[in-house]
Design a protein around this ligand. Structure first.
Ligand SMILES: [Zn+2]
Ligand SMILES: [Zn+2]
Length: 339
């Protein structure tokens, strides 16, 4: 038997004992070392979103140790530590064949259609396992997934040199986007945030942190960009207002990448997009190549994941999850559970 956090019914999470899963052909059994709680999981539970249906074990940001090999697995060894890309494509459709399982209509996500890693053990396809690099721990390995989201967003932006970059939102994805932008060559980074605690914390990852509740964003954008506007804006919030502000913050031909998922409907300044020839792109998850790049960035210390982590034992997971859902733990940037 193993301990797991089960999303057992709408709005209900509980610590339970479940049978250990068995790896099928091509899969491995992983003893989970660390697993992150993702904002998307919290939002799904709070909103009773049909994307995640109970009963379900969530947890898609994880790393651990391979403890058993399914039939035919030769590329991994028992005892090896891995970070796991949780997206499983059909490998048959045009998107999968292009190496874009993130766009596959039949893709499955460990933690959504398949059991995730809020548990002592989880099964994953060997193909999805990336061995941790020299000196990396599973604590850092669990952060590769969020970093992969940022790598994908930055790669989509490569139509311009992202010299000056503005990031909306100083949650885990926003902070990671800022650091990946820096790693990809950005020379000036602004973060936009309204929560005081997050503003203070974000200062170490940006050249300037702007609070649009106390200063006029358009004025500040002009001040810090020599009147030009930013080359690239990344929205890691996903509200109608932040998507709009992101569009307004870039110069003509500037690129705007939307990552945040908070709202669906959005109003935009159409004339500005036309006259300024601005580009807006959505960014969804990552490819396996992005995941591999993220692993290298974390291993090289280009993304300072340890500063953002608060660890808790799995037994406290339910409690921590609800605290985060009720915004009662603003000091926690990214909660990692340790089964
Ligand atoms: Zn996530
Ligand atoms: Zn597919």
């Amino acid at each position: 038997m193993m301990k797991a956090i089960l999303y057992s019914d709408w709005e209900k999470l509980e610590l339970v004992d479940l049978p250990e899963p068995k790896p099928s052909a091509g899969e491995v059994l992983i003893k989970v070392g660390h697993v992150g709680i993702c904002g998307s999981e919290i939002e799904c539970v709070v909103q009773k979103h049909p994307r995640r249906q109970p009963p379900l074990i969530m947890g898609h940001e994880f790393a651990g140790t391979v403890v058993e090999l399914g039939e035919g697995v030769t590329k991994l060894k028992v005892g090896q530590q891995v970070a796991v890309n949780p997206i499983i494509g059909c490998w048959k459709c045009r998107w999968c064949q292009q190496g874009r399982p993130n766009l596959c209509e039949r893709r499955k996500l460990l933690s959504m259609q398949l059991p995730g890693a809020f548990a002592e053990f989880v099964v994953a396809p060997a193909e999805n396992c990336h061995p941790l690099l020299e000196g990396m721990t599973t604590r850092e390995g669990a952060f590769v997934e969020p970093v992969a989201n940022a790598v994908h967003a930055l790669r989509l932006a490569q139509t311009v040199l992202p010299d000056r970059v503005i990031v909306f939102g100083a949650g885990p994805i926003g902070l990671v986007c800022a650091q990946v932008a820096r790693a990809f060559g950005a020379t000036f980074i602004a973060i936009v945030e309204v929560l005081q605690q997050r503003i203070e914390f974000a200062k170490q990852f940006a050249d300037v942190v702007i609070n649009p509740k106390v200063e006029d964003l358009a004025t500040r954008v002009k001040e810090v960009t020599e009147n030009l506007g930013f080359d690239l804006a990344l929205d890691a919030v996903g509200r109608s207002i932040t998507r709009r502000l992101a569009v307004e913050s870039v110069h003509p031909m500037g690129v705007v990448i939307w990552v945040g998922l908070h709202e669906d409907e959005t109003t935009l300044p159409g004339m500005q997009i036309i006259y300024g020839e601005k580009v807006i792109k959505g960014s969804s998850a990552y490819t396996d190549a992005d995941f591999a790049t993220a692993l290298k960035l974390v291993a090289a210390g280009k993304v300072k994941v340890n500063k953002m982590i608060h660890e808790f034992p799995l037994e406290q997971g339910v409690d921590v999850f609800w605290k985060l859902a009720r915004s009662e733990a603003p000091e926690v940037v990214k909660a990692l559970l340790r089964p």
